[in-house]
Design a protein around this ligand. Structure first.
Ligand SMILES: [Zn+2]
Length: 95
C-alpha cells in the first residue's frame, strides 16, 4: 500500500465507504450511560451505513466531560464502565 495524503479510512462496519471526518460544534450523545454535550466533537461518519467512529484521544476527552458531569450531578462515575460496544478507531498519522 502506498501512502495516501487523503484520509482513506474505510468504514469498519460495511467496508465499502470511506469515513468522512467532520467536526460538530456541539455534539449531544449518551456516553457510558450519561448524557453529555461535546464541543467541537471530531467524528467520522460513513455515508453508506451511518457508522460513526471516534478516535481514542477524542473518547478520552469525552470521558473527561462525562466525569465532570458526574461530579456536578453527584453520580458515582465508577458505576459507569466503558461500553465494549464503542468503536475505537485511532487516526494514525501517515507521513
Ligand atoms: Zn459503512
Amino acid at each position: 500500500m502506498s501512502a495516501t495524503k487523503r484520509s482513506s479510512i474505510k468504514c469498519p462496519s460495511c467496508g465499502k465507504w470511506r469515513m468522512h471526518r467532520r467536526v460538530i460544534k456541539l455534539y449531544k450523545t449518551g456516553f457510558e450511560g450519561v448524557q453529555i454535550e461535546v464541543p467541537n466533537a471530531k467524528i467520522s461518519k460513513c455515508l453508506g451505513c451511518g457508522e460513526e467512529t471516534y478516535s481514542a484521544s477524542e473518547l478520552k476527552r469525552w470521558q473527561k466531560i462525562k466525569n465532570e458531569i458526574c461530579e456536578q450531578l453527584s453520580i458515582p462515575s465508577r458505576v459507569h464502565r466503558i461500553e465494549p460496544t464503542y468503536t475505537y478507531y485511532g487516526f494514525i498519522p501517515r507521513n
